[in-house]
Design a protein around this ligand. Structure first.
Ligand code: GUN
Ligand code: ZN
Length: 439
């Protein structure tokens, strides 16, 4: 039996703060007790330490200056775009043609895909992200590369092969038929293996023929439990293009709806420009929107109307959307989400933002029975946040009156430096040498 005991400031969500009082639990002097990769007990150090023997007491790691928080959940990110994060000067449709498609073409090479998958997963770990819903490229070998490395690291990941049969160069397109067969084979190979799940991944409506979207719907019907992952209503030119490509659809979402792509394991990135009937249909089908603030700002897409989306009863997760997004940090992602709501006259509370990045993300991915907080029985994916990691956060946090203020400060000022250690199934992940980033 392997056992890990950590003493620190425990902070996690038991429920959604906007909906329930007392949804956040903070234990100023807490003990997290892990056995064989799962959380055995979470509670007050004073109460729990009485039940520990001498060997266990000696083994307790003292991390009292750190917050112990659940691993972050990134609900939308592209691993092949790691090498083009921060690409200058374009908005969505030009950005795809100028930067994204040429870079994704290089993932036909399995060795290259493996190398980037390592860099990508290193970045997630450095930033305290332990679960993500991930776009691969159109090439099946990009999915094999990603899953084999995630599996070796024992990470809980959801990913899939891009389906894209038009409006892109031949090096990154497939056909309705080949995408069906390749996705099918990948589902057989990877879905439900260890901590891995498959997502059927049509890129977005403009790059799939109706026949390919139907093939995606068929995959979902034939494999209950797999996810659907795509983009929706991110950019105004994109929305106009979809209208012209699918003139008989009621609206953008209807294109996906007609192919049977909506449901509680369907995650649509963005959703900035939705009409009331799209909102109603998303809520009715329990589909999820992944809000990607750094991306929405960086590629100039627009302001996500979180209040309206939440009021419509739509499930929300948060994503970095790297490489449209500019940071792997869910703390930085939270900071930009806060500012986007500020521009719309709404205050996103630190506890609600923390929820969206942890338990809310787990709920969005239908994984809240296994991850998302530090309750006994859950998988021990968590990280330590160190308020003293930078000069500024050390100075500022000394002036915090309570955990809520500290949480907000770390969201606004924190990044990968704030994450002292990330644990996967109770095992600390070695902080990888910067040399690992060399290409
Ligand atoms: N829409 C279609 N493809 C993409 C992509 O790769 N990134 C973003 N942000 N939006 C998209
Ligand atoms: Zn995206």
């Amino acid at each position: 039996m392997s056992e890990t005991l950590i003493r620190g400031q425990i902070l996690h969500c038991l429920d959604e703060p906007e909906q329930h009082d007392g949804a956040v639990e903070y234990i100023a002097d807490g003990l997290l007790w892990i056995q064989d990769g799962y959380i055995k007990t979470t509670g007050s150090y004073t109460q729990l330490s009485g039940g520990l023997n001498k060997r266990q007491l000696d083994a307790v790691e003292d991390q009292r200056k750190c917050l112990i928080v659940p691993g972050f959940v990134d609900c939308h990110v592209h691993y092949p775009q790691t090498q083009m994060i921060a690409a200058y000067g374009t908005q969505l449709l030009d950005w795809l043609n100028t930067y994204t498609f040429p870079v994704e073409a290089s993932f036909a090479d399995a060795a290259h895909a493996k190398q980037v998958a390592h860099v990508f997963l290193d970045q997630l770990v450095r930033n305290g992200t332990t679960t993500a819903l991930v776009f691969c490229s159109v090439h099946p070998q990009s999915v094999d590369a990603f899953f084999s490395i995630a599996q070796a690291r024992q990470m809980r990941m959801i990913a899939g092969k891009v389906m894209m049969d038009r409006h892109a160069p031949p090096a990154v397109t497939d056909t309705a038929d080949s995408s069906y067969h390749d996705s099918n084979a990948l589902i057989q190979r990877w879905h439900g293996v260890d901590r891995l799940s498959y997502a059927v991944t049509p890129r977005f409506a403009p790059t799939s023929t109706p026949a390919q979207l139907q093939a995606a719907g068929r995959l979902l019907r034939e494999h209950p439990g797999v996810y659907l992952h795509t983009h929706l209503s991110e950019n105004q030119d994109e929305v106009k293009w979809v209208k012209s490509l699918f003139p008989t659809a009621d609206h953008y979402l209807d294109v996906y709806d007609q192919a049977g792509l909506l449901g509680r394991r369907s995650v649509f990135a963005h959703g900035i420009y939705l009409c009331d009937s799209e909102c109603q249909r998303l809520a009715q089908t329990e589909s999820v929107l992944a809000h990607c603030p750094t991306s929405n700002l960086f590629i100039g897409s627009g302001l996500f109307p979180m209040q309206r989306i939440a009021a419509a009863g739509i499930r929300i997760g948060m994503g970095t959307d790297v490489g449209g997004g500019t940071s792997f940090s869910m703390l930085q992602t939270t900071a930009e989400a806060y500012k986007i709501q500020q521009l719309q006259g709404h205050n996103l509370t630190p506890e609600q933002a923390f929820y969206l990045a942890t338990l809310g993300g787990a709920k969005a991915l239908d994984l809240d029975t296994v991850i998302g907080n530090l309750k006994p029985g859950k998988e021990a994916d968590f990280c330590l946040l160190d308020p003293t990691a930078t000069n500024l956060t050390a100075f500022r946090s000394a002036h915090c009156r309570d955990w809520r203020e500290l949480l907000f400060v770390l969201q606004m000022l924190g990044d990968d430096r704030t994450v002292k250690t990330t644990y996967i199934l109770g095992k600390p992940q070695s902080q990888l040498p910067v040399a690992g980033l060399q290409q």
